[in-house]
Design a protein around this ligand. Sequence first.
Ligand code: ASP
Ligand code: MG
Length: 406
Amino acid sequence: MALIVQKYGGTSVGNPERIKNVAKRVAKFTAQGHQVVVVVSAMSGETNKLIALAKEVQPNPDPRELDQICSTGEQVTIGLLSMALKNIGIPARSYTGGQVKVLTDSTFTKARILSIDETNMRRDLDAGMVVVVAGFQGVDADGNITTLGRGGSDTSGVALAAALKADECQIYTDVDGVYTTDPRVVPEAKKLDTITFEEMLEMASLGSKVLQIRSVEFAGKYKVKLRVLSSFQDEGEGTLITVEEDKNMEQPIISGIAFNRDEAKLTMLGVPDTPGIAYQILGSIAEANIDVDMIIQNVGHDGTTDFSFTVNRGDFAKAQAILETIKVQLGAREVTGDNKICKVSAVGVGMRSHPGVASKMFKALADESINIQMISTSEIKISVVLDEKYLELAVRVLHRTFGLDQ
Ligand code: ASP
Ligand code: MG
């Protein structure tokens, strides 16, 4: 007998028929003698609707009241799923985050979980019930309802699994696992049987949006066995996200090719090459709450240098305006920018022990006459910035170069 936490996303509970199917899947596990805690999202589209509704009344919604409103989406699905379970003879009980209780801080709309009380859940599980918990929400020390940020039900699932020391946390979604790259760009993309937390974090933060990033961090930290599976297929093991690379297995050097279209690049040309320049440029950007990704400062000549960095495309105009202002103060020559760039990355823990990955990657791009504008690396990732018109080509070529379509 195992204790399993299953999380079902919005599309998996998108209508009554699908909710009944979730109940049937849960029943398969209880029939095998397992204890099951189910975490559900709101029905697909529901959270968006609630936010839009709030904005019709208050264009810049009060965060506390917004959480009050948004948390209701999940309150509907826990009730419906519990009914669906009871309907097929499975004892079940639903809980909101507050009823569990999932204690969070008071940062409305992006609260962090502080602790989870297992008492109610343990009692019900021991009595042979399925426990159905609302994802995405908790309660603060003053009893206010909080939510965990968009996609937060993944984090709820993982946090409950960690608190209950569950044997496995299964995330059911509309894809059957984590792929070597987006199958819409490369039809030959393959589902991975396993991927490490580190790789998954890189893939997720680079735009492979299967899981909320926070849930992956959480699972890595608390060593929760995490599996991504399809709720629309009966067979299949999905993708297991592991704590460590399996030393006994023949590991591929590269596990996946991630990409992100939403990038923009800014360059300050002819900046005086003196101490404090990077701080003055990036400090003003940080003050405006703009996230910076890649940073490049060229070797100076004639006492000046060029300074480039990338930001989310949505922050491009704002960042450009800031640079234009500080250009004058710094005595820099010119500000240039390009918001038609993309980032493509090869990710794999195998590159730690295999040199030559970068040169192989650069040669593959050169053979296609794709110009690399910026490069950055970490221990398990090599990223390049390219003109966005090369995105699909670059992803396809790299996917093939590293043998991921084999
Ligand atoms: N319903 C919430 C959202 O749409 C939480 C979730 O689905 O994970 O963001
Ligand atoms: Mg989701």
